[in-house]
Write a protein that binds this ligand. Structure first.
Ligand SMILES: [Mg+2]
Ligand SMILES: [Zn+2]
Length: 241
């Protein structure tokens, strides 16, 4: 692949709390799970349990019909500036992918409530997440993205997915909001962080750009890319001189 074909960068977006306004899995657990889910949450937060085992155990405690879950998901909504961010990526030919430790079912449902433009802009990207399906009032999880668990015990291993999808080794940009993004933040070249992830990055001296909404990310990236493009043109000019 020549320098010209290689994308300037590749964007990886967390879903829950980053694209969606609220963490869908937390919303489901808070509303429909036996309170025992909190004990698993504490184990995961303390690093004593991987997210795959944690989510499997937590979702087994949920009792809700599909109708109830759908109604809950339909309340959540997405960041208003997702379109602006994806438009900006499209203009710069930057591939954008969603990588989530949550579930495909929730992502599909929440995105189906967004504008048609969102679906069109996401068409070229992948959605990597765990699988969730209803069986009456029970919910079954499956982690088919990677059959084997990674060393962290992730539901969906973000750094592994980032490596897989980034064949040309373009600079990896990651945008996230929570503790399930910690491994992704450690392996990305440019990190945008809010809430729990911002605190984690600060505590662990991981360089990051704090943000409030995806509009901030779009504006910052636009400037970053302009600088990067300028640098690359300079380098190419020097090479060919
Ligand atoms: Mg999140
Ligand atoms: Zn992992």
């Amino acid at each position: 692949m020549t320098e010209e074909q290689k994308p300037k960068a590749i964007l990886f977006l967390d879903f829950d709390g980053t694209i969606s306004r609220r963490d869908a899995v937390d919303a489901i657990l808070e509303t429909y799970a036996d309170p025992k889910w909190l004990a698993f949450e504490a184990e995961w937060r303390a690093g004593r349990m991987g997210s795959r085992d944690c989510l499997r155990a937590q979702m087994a405690l949920v009792r809700a019909t599909r109708k109830q879950i759908d109604a809950l998901l339909d309340e959540i909504g997405i960041d208003d500036d997702l379109v602006a961010l994806l438009e900006m990526c499209a203009q710069h030919s930057i591939p954008a992918h969603i990588i989530s430790d949550g579930f495909d079912y929730c992502i599909r449902r929440i995105l189906s409530g967004a504008s048609k433009r969102v679906a069109a802009l996401l068409r070229g990207g992948r959605v990597c997440a765990g699988h969730l399906e209803s069986r009456g009032h029970l919910w079954r999880t499956e982690f088919s993205f990677f059959h084997q668990t990674c060393g962290h015990g992730c539901a969906t291993c973000k750094p592994a997915v980032m490596r897989l999808l980034n064949k040309t080794d373009a600079p990896a940009i990651f945008v996230g909001d929570g503790l399930s993004d910690r491994y992704a933040a450690e392996s990305a070249d440019l990190v945008f962080a809010k809430d729990g992830l911002a605190s984690y990055c600060t505590e662990n001296s991981i360089e990051h750009i704090p943000y409030q909404n995806l509009g901030d990310v779009a504006a910052h990236l636009d400037r970053w890319l302009a600088g990067r493009l300028f640098l690359r043109e300079e380098t190419l000019a020097r090479v060919s001189a």
